[in-house]
Design a protein around this ligand. Structure first.
Ligand code: ZN
Length: 386
């Protein structure tokens, strides 16, 4: 049985009501100094074109230790790591000419917390953060049902985040080792086809639909953002509003994604399936010429949903396999004939050869299932022919 590591990020709001003022000002001091350090490192990185963490670390660590002698050293180490990562993604976005600036600036809204500078008590939902001079500050974490799943998982790194709403958040990475069933010709599978407004899933026995209306929600927020850009005066206010709506949009879509993932996993478990089959979207990115994929590549929501479904599935002991989706909506899953739009309905397609008439989403699901088994059948024959 293959063993895999699944990681999940938990987001906690920090309850600051019982925290005394000196502790709060210590935390703000941490944000200020961390921001100073990272921005200093970014300046150095941009000047000398340094993208490596190790190089930044060697260039500045001792100097920074002297300048901030009471700050736990792990903050300096992580600031180097953080700066290297910001500079790397800056270079990338400049290469794609998304960014016109000559060097990146760090707004200082997040601190990467090394495992040595924070503790988490999952039983009492409390965190402690190391600040200046060896002092630890205890923080109560607001938690809900959603956080229960993290009990019993291994603790990874964390980030302390100053939200635009003025609240303090702690984002913690958890991981868990999971045993997964084999992906192969004997497995029962459920294929999942993701569309703009609906997710369709099933196998040879059944096909179901989950209406996400994601496309509709996204267009609505797109219009909202356009209105903000044209109507709201003041760059700072505009940025804040845009960020707020982007956050709301993503929260809404994410909630729907989780619901859809749960529905599919429950169904898979009930049907005795052990593998979830999805389209490999990387293929789309590589073959930009394919007509079928028009516009699909840019719908980043597909990838986000796939990641949610993948780790949720793995946490539930299901394996995940990605399949090349080329032609899955244009070829008949029964006879391999070419499909044409049907006169009997907008979403229906019809096979020229065997006259099968079916919803195009159902076709995609059946073709993904078929292709999955073809892949393993051919793997078997090529093995035995040796
Ligand atoms: Zn056919």
């Amino acid at each position: 049985m293959p063993v895999e590591e699944v990681t999940l990020t938990a987001r906690f709001k920090v309850d600051l009501t019982d925290v005394d003022e000196s502790a709060i000002s210590e935390i703000y001091r941490l944000f200020e100094e961390y921001k100073e350090i990272v921005n200093g490192l970014l300046e150095l990185a941009a000047r000398n074109h340094i993208t490596s963490f190790v190089e930044l670390y060697h260039a500045r660590y001792h100097e920074l230790r002297q300048r901030y002698p009471t700050l736990p050293s792990h903050y300096v180490v992580n600031a180097c790591r953080h700066a290297a990562s910001i500079y790397k993604s800056f270079i990338k976005s400049r290469r794609r000419s998304v960014c016109k600036k000559d060097r990146p600036t760090f707004r200082g809204r997040a601190i990467w917390l090394h495992r040595q500078v924070f503790r988490l008590d999952v039983e009492g939902w409390r965190a402690s953060i190391a600040v200046h001079g060896g002092r630890w500050i205890a923080l109560r974490l607001l938690h809900g049902e959603y956080h229960e799943r993290f009990r019993g998982m291994e603790l990874g790194e964390a980030r302390l985040v100053l939200g635009d709403d003025g609240n303090l958040y702690l984002n913690v990475v958890f991981f868990q080792m999971v045993m997964l069933p084999e992906v192969g010709a004997d497995a029962k599978v459920i294929a999942v086809d993701i569309n703009e407004n609906v997710i369709v899933y099933g196998n040879e026995d059944f096909v179901e639909r989950f209406e996400t209306n994601e496309g509709i929600i996204r267009s609505r927020y797109f219009l909202k953002r356009r209105r903000i850009r044209s109507k709201v005066r003041g760059k700072e206010l505009q940025r804040k509003l845009l960020e707020k709506y982007r956050g709301r949009e993503w929260n809404r879509v994410r909630e729907i994604h989780y619901k859809a993932a749960k529905k599919i996993i429950d169904k898979a478990v009930a049907a005795g399936a052990t593998v979830i089959v999805m389209e490999d979207l990387e293929v789309y990115k590589e073959n930009k010429g394919l007509r079928e994929l028009n516009g699909r590549v840019h719908r980043w929501g597909y990838g986000k949903f796939q990641r949610i479904l993948e780790y949720q599935a793995k946490l539930h002991g299901l394996n995940v396999k990605y399949i090349d989706p080329k032609n899955t909506s244009s070829i008949c899953p029964v006879c391999g004939g070419k499909l044409n739009p049907s006169q009997n309905g907008r979403r229906l397609v019809r096979c020229q050869r065997c006259e099968l008439e079916e919803d195009r989403d159902v076709i995609a699901v059946k073709n993904l299932v078929k292709r999955y088994y073809e892949e393993y059948a051919s793997a078997k024959t090529s093995q035995t022919s040796f």
